[in-house]
Design a binder for this molecule. Sequence first.
Ligand code: NAX
Length: 340
Amino acid sequence: MSHITNEEFMKKEINVVVTGAAGQIGYSLIPRLIDGNLFKDTIVNLSLVEIPQVVEKLEGLAMELDDSYFPHLGSIDIYDDFSAASHNGNWFLLVGSIPRGIVYKGKKIEERSDLLKINGGIFVDQGKAIGSNGANEAKVLVVGNPANTNALIGMNAANNKDQTWMAMTMLDSNRAKSMLAKKINCNVSEISKMVIWGNHSPTMYPDFENALYKNSSVKEAISDLDWFSNSFIPSVQQRGKAVIDARGASSATSAAKAAIDTIHACENPTLSGDCFSAAIMSDGAYDVPEGLICGFPLMTLSSGKIEIIRDLSLSDGGKQRLSQSVQELIDEKSAVQDLL
Ligand code: NAX
Protein backbone atom coordinates (compact mmCIF):
# COMPACT_ATOMS: atom_id res chain seq x y z
CA MET A 1 0.00 0.00 0.00
CA SER A 2 1.32 3.46 -0.88
CA HIS A 3 2.04 5.86 1.96
CA ILE A 4 -0.65 8.52 2.42
CA THR A 5 0.32 11.75 4.08
CA ASN A 6 -2.02 13.61 6.40
CA GLU A 7 -2.19 16.51 3.96
CA GLU A 8 -3.50 14.25 1.20
CA PHE A 9 -6.17 12.35 3.03
CA MET A 10 -7.45 15.02 5.37
CA LYS A 11 -8.78 17.14 2.51
CA LYS A 12 -12.45 16.16 2.88
CA GLU A 13 -14.75 14.56 5.41
CA ILE A 14 -18.03 12.74 4.88
CA ASN A 15 -20.64 11.32 7.27
CA VAL A 16 -22.20 8.01 6.29
CA VAL A 17 -25.13 6.53 8.19
CA VAL A 18 -25.83 2.80 7.75
CA THR A 19 -28.86 0.97 9.14
CA GLY A 20 -28.94 -2.80 9.47
CA ALA A 21 -25.22 -2.46 10.14
CA ALA A 22 -24.95 -5.80 11.97
CA GLY A 23 -26.63 -7.69 9.14
CA GLN A 24 -24.94 -9.74 6.46
CA ILE A 25 -24.93 -6.97 3.83
CA GLY A 26 -23.57 -4.54 6.43
CA TYR A 27 -20.61 -6.80 7.18
CA SER A 28 -19.52 -6.73 3.57
CA LEU A 29 -20.53 -3.13 2.87
CA ILE A 30 -19.07 -1.15 5.74
CA PRO A 31 -15.35 -1.95 5.20
CA ARG A 32 -15.70 -0.89 1.56
CA LEU A 33 -16.97 2.54 2.61
CA ILE A 34 -13.68 3.29 4.34
CA ASP A 35 -11.10 1.61 2.13
CA GLY A 36 -10.21 4.84 0.32
CA ASN A 37 -11.34 3.62 -3.09
CA LEU A 38 -14.89 4.94 -2.95
CA PHE A 39 -14.40 8.26 -1.15
CA LYS A 40 -10.92 9.22 -2.25
CA ASP A 41 -8.79 11.51 -0.08
CA THR A 42 -11.68 11.65 2.35
CA ILE A 43 -12.12 10.82 5.99
CA VAL A 44 -15.29 8.78 6.45
CA ASN A 45 -17.21 9.08 9.72
CA LEU A 46 -19.52 6.13 10.27
CA SER A 47 -22.81 6.16 12.15
CA LEU A 48 -23.92 2.56 12.46
CA VAL A 49 -27.52 1.84 13.42
CA GLU A 50 -29.20 -1.30 14.67
CA ILE A 51 -32.30 -2.29 16.55
CA PRO A 52 -31.81 -2.38 20.36
CA GLN A 53 -31.76 -6.22 20.53
CA VAL A 54 -28.74 -6.36 18.19
CA VAL A 55 -26.92 -3.09 18.70
CA GLU A 56 -24.27 -4.58 21.01
CA LYS A 57 -22.95 -6.67 18.15
CA LEU A 58 -21.82 -3.46 16.50
CA GLU A 59 -19.15 -3.07 19.18
CA GLY A 60 -17.53 -6.17 17.70
CA LEU A 61 -17.75 -4.80 14.17
CA ALA A 62 -16.22 -1.50 15.33
CA MET A 63 -13.35 -3.44 16.91
CA GLU A 64 -12.72 -5.21 13.62
CA LEU A 65 -12.78 -1.95 11.68
CA ASP A 66 -10.26 -0.45 14.10
CA ASP A 67 -8.09 -3.55 13.74
CA SER A 68 -8.15 -3.42 9.93
CA TYR A 69 -5.88 -0.37 9.46
CA PHE A 70 -8.07 1.89 7.38
CA PRO A 71 -6.35 5.30 7.12
CA HIS A 72 -9.57 6.82 5.79
CA LEU A 73 -11.63 5.83 8.82
CA GLY A 74 -12.74 8.76 10.98
CA SER A 75 -15.13 8.20 13.85
CA ILE A 76 -17.37 5.19 14.46
CA ASP A 77 -20.57 5.90 16.38
CA ILE A 78 -23.08 3.22 17.27
CA TYR A 79 -26.80 3.88 17.72
CA ASP A 80 -30.07 2.16 18.39
CA ASP A 81 -31.88 5.45 17.79
CA PHE A 82 -31.96 6.47 14.13
CA SER A 83 -32.89 10.06 14.84
CA ALA A 84 -29.76 10.57 16.94
CA ALA A 85 -27.65 8.94 14.20
CA SER A 86 -29.04 11.09 11.41
CA HIS A 87 -27.47 14.46 12.24
CA ASN A 88 -25.41 15.90 9.37
CA GLY A 89 -25.44 12.62 7.43
CA ASN A 90 -24.26 13.09 3.84
CA TRP A 91 -25.06 9.54 2.74
CA PHE A 92 -27.75 7.33 4.26
CA LEU A 93 -27.63 3.63 3.41
CA LEU A 94 -30.93 2.23 4.65
CA VAL A 95 -30.21 -1.48 4.62
CA GLY A 96 -32.10 -2.50 7.75
CA SER A 97 -35.57 -3.86 7.42
CA ILE A 98 -37.70 -6.67 8.79
CA PRO A 99 -37.47 -9.67 6.45
CA ARG A 100 -40.40 -11.83 5.40
CA GLY A 101 -40.82 -15.00 7.47
CA ILE A 102 -39.73 -13.69 10.88
CA VAL A 103 -41.92 -13.31 13.93
CA TYR A 104 -42.49 -9.61 14.61
CA LYS A 105 -44.50 -8.48 17.65
CA GLY A 106 -45.86 -12.01 18.05
CA LYS A 107 -46.96 -12.47 14.43
CA LYS A 108 -45.22 -14.36 11.63
CA ILE A 109 -44.77 -11.95 8.73
CA GLU A 110 -45.67 -13.84 5.58
CA GLU A 111 -47.78 -11.50 3.47
CA ARG A 112 -46.10 -8.82 1.32
CA SER A 113 -48.80 -6.40 2.50
CA ASP A 114 -47.77 -6.94 6.17
CA LEU A 115 -44.15 -6.47 5.19
CA LEU A 116 -45.02 -3.23 3.41
CA LYS A 117 -46.83 -1.88 6.46
CA ILE A 118 -44.23 -2.86 9.07
CA ASN A 119 -41.26 -1.61 7.11
CA GLY A 120 -43.24 1.36 5.90
CA GLY A 121 -43.74 2.50 9.49
CA ILE A 122 -39.99 2.33 10.10
CA PHE A 123 -39.34 4.42 7.01
CA VAL A 124 -41.75 7.17 8.12
CA ASP A 125 -39.62 7.79 11.21
CA GLN A 126 -36.32 7.46 9.35
CA GLY A 127 -37.55 9.80 6.61
CA LYS A 128 -38.60 12.47 9.09
CA ALA A 129 -35.22 12.31 10.80
CA ILE A 130 -33.30 12.53 7.51
CA GLY A 131 -35.42 15.44 6.29
CA SER A 132 -34.80 17.43 9.47
CA ASN A 133 -31.32 16.36 10.51
CA GLY A 134 -29.55 15.14 7.36
CA ALA A 135 -27.17 17.37 5.39
CA ASN A 136 -28.84 19.67 2.90
CA GLU A 137 -27.85 17.72 -0.20
CA ALA A 138 -27.86 14.32 1.46
CA LYS A 139 -28.30 11.26 -0.70
CA VAL A 140 -30.29 8.28 0.52
CA LEU A 141 -30.04 4.76 -0.87
CA VAL A 142 -32.73 2.34 0.27
CA VAL A 143 -31.64 -1.29 0.10
CA GLY A 144 -34.07 -2.85 2.58
CA ASN A 145 -37.06 -4.42 0.85
CA PRO A 146 -39.59 -3.57 -0.44
CA ALA A 147 -37.02 -0.97 -1.47
CA ASN A 148 -39.00 1.22 -3.89
CA THR A 149 -41.99 1.66 -1.62
CA ASN A 150 -39.85 2.08 1.49
CA ALA A 151 -38.03 4.88 -0.37
CA LEU A 152 -41.32 6.45 -1.38
CA ILE A 153 -42.51 6.48 2.24
CA GLY A 154 -39.18 7.81 3.51
CA MET A 155 -38.92 10.53 0.89
CA ASN A 156 -42.45 11.65 1.54
CA ALA A 157 -41.83 11.86 5.28
CA ALA A 158 -38.50 13.67 4.75
CA ASN A 159 -40.22 16.38 2.70
CA ASN A 160 -36.86 17.94 1.78
CA LYS A 161 -36.43 18.81 -1.89
CA ASP A 162 -32.66 19.24 -1.64
CA GLN A 163 -32.13 15.60 -0.72
CA THR A 164 -32.09 12.72 -3.22
CA TRP A 165 -33.82 9.43 -2.44
CA MET A 166 -33.13 6.26 -4.41
CA ALA A 167 -33.94 2.57 -4.15
CA MET A 168 -31.25 0.13 -5.19
CA THR A 169 -31.51 -1.68 -8.54
CA MET A 170 -27.75 -1.78 -9.19
CA LEU A 171 -27.55 -5.41 -8.08
CA ASP A 172 -30.10 -6.33 -10.75
CA SER A 173 -28.13 -4.32 -13.30
CA ASN A 174 -24.85 -6.00 -12.31
CA ARG A 175 -26.50 -9.42 -12.50
CA ALA A 176 -27.84 -8.59 -15.97
CA LYS A 177 -24.41 -7.41 -17.17
CA SER A 178 -22.84 -10.64 -15.97
CA MET A 179 -25.42 -12.80 -17.79
CA LEU A 180 -24.99 -10.84 -21.03
CA ALA A 181 -21.19 -11.02 -20.77
CA LYS A 182 -21.32 -14.78 -20.27
CA LYS A 183 -23.59 -15.20 -23.28
CA ILE A 184 -21.35 -13.03 -25.49
CA ASN A 185 -18.21 -14.47 -23.88
CA CYS A 186 -16.75 -11.08 -23.04
CA ASN A 187 -15.68 -9.23 -19.92
CA VAL A 188 -18.45 -7.62 -17.80
CA SER A 189 -16.80 -4.23 -18.27
CA GLU A 190 -17.61 -4.40 -21.98
CA ILE A 191 -21.36 -4.27 -21.27
CA SER A 192 -22.79 -0.81 -20.58
CA LYS A 193 -26.08 1.12 -20.54
CA MET A 194 -27.84 -1.63 -18.59
CA VAL A 195 -31.15 -0.24 -17.41
CA ILE A 196 -33.45 -1.87 -14.85
CA TRP A 197 -36.90 -0.39 -15.26
CA GLY A 198 -39.68 -0.47 -12.67
CA ASN A 199 -39.78 -2.14 -9.26
CA HIS A 200 -36.96 -4.03 -7.52
CA SER A 201 -39.06 -7.19 -7.59
CA PRO A 202 -39.65 -10.06 -9.99
CA THR A 203 -41.63 -7.67 -12.24
CA MET A 204 -38.57 -5.53 -13.03
CA TYR A 205 -37.60 -5.13 -16.69
CA PRO A 206 -33.90 -5.71 -17.39
CA ASP A 207 -33.60 -3.82 -20.66
CA PHE A 208 -31.57 -5.72 -23.24
CA GLU A 209 -32.85 -3.37 -25.98
CA ASN A 210 -30.71 -0.41 -24.98
CA ALA A 211 -27.78 -2.33 -23.49
CA LEU A 212 -24.44 -1.99 -25.27
CA TYR A 213 -21.55 -4.37 -25.92
CA LYS A 214 -18.40 -2.42 -26.79
CA ASN A 215 -20.67 0.53 -27.61
CA SER A 216 -22.86 -1.34 -30.10
CA SER A 217 -26.15 -3.14 -29.57
CA VAL A 218 -26.23 -6.19 -27.27
CA LYS A 219 -29.40 -7.23 -29.06
CA GLU A 220 -27.49 -7.44 -32.35
CA ALA A 221 -24.49 -9.14 -30.73
CA ILE A 222 -26.71 -11.91 -29.32
CA SER A 223 -29.56 -11.84 -31.87
CA ASP A 224 -31.56 -14.55 -30.12
CA LEU A 225 -34.90 -13.07 -29.05
CA ASP A 226 -36.04 -16.33 -27.46
CA TRP A 227 -33.02 -16.32 -25.17
CA PHE A 228 -33.75 -12.75 -24.06
CA SER A 229 -37.43 -13.51 -23.33
CA ASN A 230 -37.21 -17.03 -21.95
CA SER A 231 -33.85 -17.10 -20.25
CA PHE A 232 -32.27 -13.68 -19.69
CA ILE A 233 -35.27 -11.74 -18.34
CA PRO A 234 -36.60 -14.44 -15.97
CA SER A 235 -33.07 -15.28 -14.77
CA VAL A 236 -32.37 -11.65 -13.80
CA GLN A 237 -35.81 -11.36 -12.20
CA GLN A 238 -35.35 -14.55 -10.17
CA ARG A 239 -31.62 -14.31 -9.44
CA GLY A 240 -32.17 -13.38 -5.80
CA LYS A 241 -34.13 -16.57 -5.22
CA ALA A 242 -31.52 -18.64 -7.10
CA VAL A 243 -28.80 -17.30 -4.78
CA ILE A 244 -30.91 -18.15 -1.71
CA ASP A 245 -31.49 -21.67 -3.03
CA ALA A 246 -27.77 -22.19 -3.68
CA ARG A 247 -26.28 -20.39 -0.68
CA GLY A 248 -28.95 -20.91 1.92
CA ALA A 249 -28.88 -17.17 2.54
CA SER A 250 -29.75 -14.10 0.50
CA SER A 251 -27.28 -12.13 -1.61
CA ALA A 252 -24.94 -10.21 0.63
CA THR A 253 -21.54 -9.49 -0.84
CA SER A 254 -23.02 -8.74 -4.26
CA ALA A 255 -25.65 -6.49 -2.66
CA ALA A 256 -22.92 -4.66 -0.74
CA LYS A 257 -20.87 -4.23 -3.94
CA ALA A 258 -23.97 -2.90 -5.71
CA ALA A 259 -24.50 -0.30 -2.97
CA ILE A 260 -20.85 0.76 -3.36
CA ASP A 261 -21.32 0.93 -7.15
CA THR A 262 -24.42 3.10 -6.71
CA ILE A 263 -22.57 5.55 -4.48
CA HIS A 264 -19.69 5.62 -6.96
CA ALA A 265 -22.10 6.29 -9.82
CA CYS A 266 -23.65 9.20 -7.89
CA GLU A 267 -20.33 10.70 -6.84
CA ASN A 268 -18.73 10.69 -10.30
CA PRO A 269 -19.99 12.09 -13.62
CA THR A 270 -21.50 9.40 -15.86
CA LEU A 271 -19.49 8.64 -18.98
CA SER A 272 -21.06 9.89 -22.20
CA GLY A 273 -23.30 7.21 -23.74
CA ASP A 274 -23.57 5.22 -20.52
CA CYS A 275 -26.06 5.36 -17.64
CA PHE A 276 -26.54 3.76 -14.26
CA SER A 277 -29.53 2.06 -12.70
CA ALA A 278 -31.41 3.09 -9.59
CA ALA A 279 -35.03 3.78 -8.77
CA ILE A 280 -35.82 7.46 -8.29
CA MET A 281 -38.92 9.67 -8.02
CA SER A 282 -40.81 9.76 -11.30
CA ASP A 283 -41.63 13.14 -12.81
CA GLY A 284 -43.70 11.60 -15.59
CA ALA A 285 -40.71 10.46 -17.68
CA TYR A 286 -41.48 7.50 -19.97
CA ASP A 287 -45.17 7.85 -19.02
CA VAL A 288 -44.51 6.54 -15.50
CA PRO A 289 -47.01 8.36 -13.25
CA GLU A 290 -45.52 11.04 -11.03
CA GLY A 291 -45.06 10.12 -7.40
CA LEU A 292 -43.62 6.61 -7.77
CA ILE A 293 -40.05 5.53 -7.02
CA CYS A 294 -39.31 3.70 -10.24
CA GLY A 295 -36.20 2.22 -11.86
CA PHE A 296 -34.94 4.52 -14.64
CA PRO A 297 -31.75 5.10 -16.64
CA LEU A 298 -29.85 7.76 -14.68
CA MET A 299 -26.84 9.97 -15.15
CA THR A 300 -24.78 12.08 -12.79
CA LEU A 301 -23.88 15.50 -14.20
CA SER A 302 -20.53 17.16 -13.52
CA SER A 303 -22.41 19.42 -11.07
CA GLY A 304 -23.25 16.29 -9.05
CA LYS A 305 -26.95 16.46 -9.97
CA ILE A 306 -28.61 13.13 -10.76
CA GLU A 307 -30.99 13.14 -13.72
CA ILE A 308 -33.18 10.71 -15.60
CA ILE A 309 -31.89 10.06 -19.14
CA ARG A 310 -34.91 10.77 -21.31
CA ASP A 311 -34.01 9.76 -24.83
CA LEU A 312 -34.07 5.95 -24.70
CA SER A 313 -36.72 4.12 -26.63
CA LEU A 314 -38.45 0.86 -25.77
CA SER A 315 -40.22 -1.62 -28.02
CA ASP A 316 -43.92 -2.29 -27.42
CA GLY A 317 -42.92 -5.44 -25.51
CA GLY A 318 -40.53 -3.43 -23.34
CA LYS A 319 -43.19 -0.79 -22.67
CA GLN A 320 -45.62 -3.51 -21.67
CA ARG A 321 -43.15 -5.01 -19.20
CA LEU A 322 -42.46 -1.58 -17.73
CA SER A 323 -46.16 -0.90 -17.37
CA GLN A 324 -46.70 -4.20 -15.49
CA SER A 325 -43.98 -3.29 -13.03
CA VAL A 326 -45.37 0.23 -12.68
CA GLN A 327 -48.80 -1.25 -11.90
CA GLU A 328 -47.17 -3.20 -9.06
CA LEU A 329 -45.67 0.04 -7.74
CA ILE A 330 -49.09 1.68 -7.90
CA ASP A 331 -50.60 -1.26 -5.95
CA GLU A 332 -47.84 -1.10 -3.34
CA LYS A 333 -48.41 2.64 -2.98
CA SER A 334 -52.13 2.07 -2.42
CA ALA A 335 -51.34 -0.52 0.28
CA VAL A 336 -49.37 2.08 2.27
CA GLN A 337 -51.50 5.12 1.47
CA ASP A 338 -52.06 5.79 5.19
CA LEU A 339 -48.29 6.24 5.64
CA LEU A 340 -47.95 8.84 2.87
P1 NAX B 1 -30.00 -9.25 7.60
O1 NAX B 1 -31.25 -9.80 8.20
O2 NAX B 1 -28.73 -10.01 7.67
O3 NAX B 1 -29.72 -7.82 8.25
C1 NAX B 1 -30.70 -6.84 8.40
C2 NAX B 1 -30.37 -6.08 9.67
O4 NAX B 1 -31.25 -4.96 9.73
C3 NAX B 1 -30.56 -6.90 10.93
O5 NAX B 1 -29.34 -6.90 11.66
C4 NAX B 1 -31.67 -6.16 11.67
O6 NAX B 1 -31.47 -6.18 13.06
C5 NAX B 1 -31.51 -4.76 11.10
N1 NAX B 1 -32.70 -3.91 11.21
C6 NAX B 1 -34.01 -4.26 11.07
N2 NAX B 1 -34.79 -3.20 11.29
C7 NAX B 1 -33.97 -2.15 11.54
C8 NAX B 1 -34.20 -0.79 11.85
N3 NAX B 1 -35.42 -0.29 11.96
N4 NAX B 1 -33.13 0.02 12.06
C9 NAX B 1 -31.89 -0.48 11.99
N5 NAX B 1 -31.60 -1.78 11.71
C10 NAX B 1 -32.63 -2.59 11.48
O7 NAX B 1 -30.40 -8.84 6.10
P2 NAX B 1 -29.44 -8.50 4.88
O8 NAX B 1 -29.14 -9.74 4.15
O9 NAX B 1 -28.32 -7.65 5.35
O10 NAX B 1 -30.47 -7.69 3.95
C11 NAX B 1 -30.97 -6.42 4.33
C12 NAX B 1 -32.09 -5.99 3.42
O11 NAX B 1 -31.63 -5.89 2.07
C13 NAX B 1 -33.28 -6.96 3.36
O12 NAX B 1 -34.48 -6.20 3.43
C14 NAX B 1 -33.16 -7.58 1.99
O13 NAX B 1 -34.41 -7.99 1.49
C15 NAX B 1 -32.60 -6.42 1.20
N6 NAX B 1 -31.96 -6.72 -0.07
C16 NAX B 1 -32.11 -5.81 -1.06
C17 NAX B 1 -31.49 -5.94 -2.26
C18 NAX B 1 -31.64 -4.92 -3.33
O14 NAX B 1 -31.09 -5.14 -4.42
N7 NAX B 1 -32.35 -3.81 -3.14
C19 NAX B 1 -30.68 -7.15 -2.56
C20 NAX B 1 -30.19 -7.85 -1.36
C21 NAX B 1 -31.17 -7.92 -0.23
O15 NAX B 1 -32.05 -8.98 -0.45
